[in-house]
Design a protein around this ligand. Structure first.
Ligand code: GLY
Length: 366
C-alpha cells in the first residue's frame, strides 16, 4: 500500500482509470475536471481493436498488452462500482475488396482469413463489392459511453477518490525545477492554488494548452448511433473510414470522421454526417434505413506518430497519460498499470520499462 497524494488533471476516461487504480493502491487522489462532457470517453465507440485497427510496432504491442488486461481491469471496476461496464466479445470483422488487399493488411497474421461466402455468413447484408475479410475474434468492444464511464466514476467514489468538478487548471507551478502545485479557476471564477508533488496530466486533446511542449493536437470525429432490427448485426464491422459497433440492446454506434483541419471547432457538419452515411451505405446498404438515434462529436488527442505520451513529463513530479488518439479505450488498462507502477515505485517488468521508453513524451526529437 502507498500513502502518496496525487492530483489527476482531467476527469476523462484516462483520468478516472488512473485515479481508480491509484486509489486501489492506497494513494490519496483528487481529480480536477473542467467539463465532464468534453471527455473522449463519452465520445469514442469503445472498440478494443489493436488488430482490426492494423496497428504496428510498439503501438500494436501496447494494444495487445492492454487487451490482455481488460477483463481483469473491468472486473475490478465492476466489483467496486456494482455496475456493469458492457464488455462484449463480439469479435471484429475487417472487409477488403480482394484477397490480395486482405493478405497485405498489417495485422493479417493475427486474424482468420475470410472469403466472400464466410464474410456474408458473419455479416449478412454486406455490400457485394467486399470479397474478402479478416475476423479478429480476440478484439471486442465495451460500452464506454453509457456504461464504462459511469461505472468507473462510481468505482472511484467507492475507493475514496475526491472530485473537484468545473475546475480548470490554469498553470503548473514549479519550485527548484520540480512540480509543487497547480493554479486553478473554478466555475465562479475563483482562483486557487493546490499544492502537490505528484500530478498526472490526462487532459486529452487539451494537454498542450497546459504544457505547450507536448505535441498533442485535436482530431475531430463525428458519430451517429442507429437503432437496428433485433440481431441484424452480431460483429463489429471495421471498414475503411467507417465502423459499425453493435451494442447489446440493438443500438449500433457508427464512427467516425477524422478531421484534423477542424481544430477545436465544435459541432456537427452536413459534410461530416454525409460522409458517415456514405460509409454506412458502402458497407451495409440496408443500414441506411435504420433510424438514427443520436449524433455527436469529439476531439481525439493525437500526436505526430499517433502513439500516446506516457510516463514522466518535462517537469519532475508531473506524469503524462495523454495523446491516445484512436485507441484511448483500448489502452486505458495498460496505461493505468504503467503509470500506477511508476508513480508508486512498484517494480516493473522489462517490457513495462521498454513501453515507457517507447512512448516517452520527447521521442519526437530523436
Ligand atoms: N477508435 C476509433 C476512432 O477513433 O474513430
Amino acid at each position: 500500500m502507498s500513502n502518496e497524494q496525487v492530483l489527476i488533471l482531467g476527469g476523462g476516461l484516462m483520468g478516472l482509470a488512473i485515479a481508480h487504480h491509484l486509489a486501489r493502491r492506497g494513494c490519496s487522489v483528487t481529480v480536477l475536471s473542467r467539463r465532464r462532457n468534453e471527455a473522449a470517453g463519452f465520445v469514442a465507440a469503445g472498440m478494443l481493436a489493436p488488430h482490426a485497427e492494423g496497428l504496428t510496432g510498439d503501438l500494436l504491442r501496447l494494444g495487445q498488452l492492454s487487451l490482455e488486461r481488460i477483463p481483469r481491469w473491468v472486473a475490478q471496476i465492476e466489483a467496486d462500482s456494482g455496475l456493469p461496464c458492457g464488455l462484449r466479445a463480439t469479435g471484429i470483422v475487417v472487409p477488403f475488396k480482394d484477397a490480395k488487399e486482405r493478405d497485405r493488411y498489417a495485422t493479417a497474421a493475427f486474424g482468420e482469413a475470410l472469403n466472400r461466402q464466410r464474410l456474408e455468413q458473419l455479416l449478412p447484408g454486406i455490400a457485394p463489392d467486399w470479397k474478402a475479410g479478416l475476423l479478429f475474434d480476440q478484439d471486442g468492444q465495451i460500452d464506454n459511453r453509457r456504461q464504462l464511464m459511469r461505472a468507473l466514476e462510481s468505482a472511484c467514489v467507492d475507493r475514496g477518490v475526491n472530485f473537484q468538478e468545473g475546475v480548470e487548471v490554469l498553470n503548473l507551478l514549479k519550485h527548484d525545477g520540480r512540480l509543487y502545485g497547480v493554479r486553478t479557476r473554478d466555475s465562479e471564477g475563483l482562483l486557487s492554488t493546490l499544492t502537490c508533488t505528484k500530478a498526472v496530466l490526462c487532459s486529452g486533446a487539451w494537454s498542450a494548452q497546459l504544457l505547450p511542449e507536448l505535441p498533442v493536437f485535436p482530431v475531430k470525429g463525428q458519430m451517429v448511433s442507429l437503432q437496428t432490427p433485433r440481431g441484424a448485426l452480431r460483429h463489429v464491422i471495421f471498414g475503411p473510414g467507417t465502423y459499425l459497433v453493435p451494442r447489446e440492446d440493438g443500438l449500433v454506434v457508427v464512427g467516425a470522421t477524422s478531421e484534423p483541419e477542424a481544430g477545436f471547432n465544435e459541432g456537427l457538419t452536413p459534410q461530416g454526417q454525409k460522409s458517415l452515411n456514405q460509409g454506412i451505405a458502402a458497407l451495409l446498404p440496408d443500414a441506411v434505413n435504420w433510424p438514427p438515434m443520436e449524433r455527436w462529436w469529439g476531439f481525439r488527442p493525437c500526436t505526430p506518430d499517433e502513439g500516446p505520451l506516457l510516463g514522466q513529463g518535462p517537469i519532475p513530479g508531473l506524469w503524462l497519460a495523454c495523446g491516445h488518439h484512436r485507441n484511448g479505450v483500448l489502452l486505458a488498462a495498460i496505461t493505468t498499470e504503467l503509470l500506477a507502477d511508476a508513480i508508486t515505485h512498484q517494480a516493473t517488468s522489462s517490457e513495462a520499462t521498454r513501453m515507457l521508453h517507447a512512448f516517452r513524451w520527447d521521442r519526437f526529437a530523436d
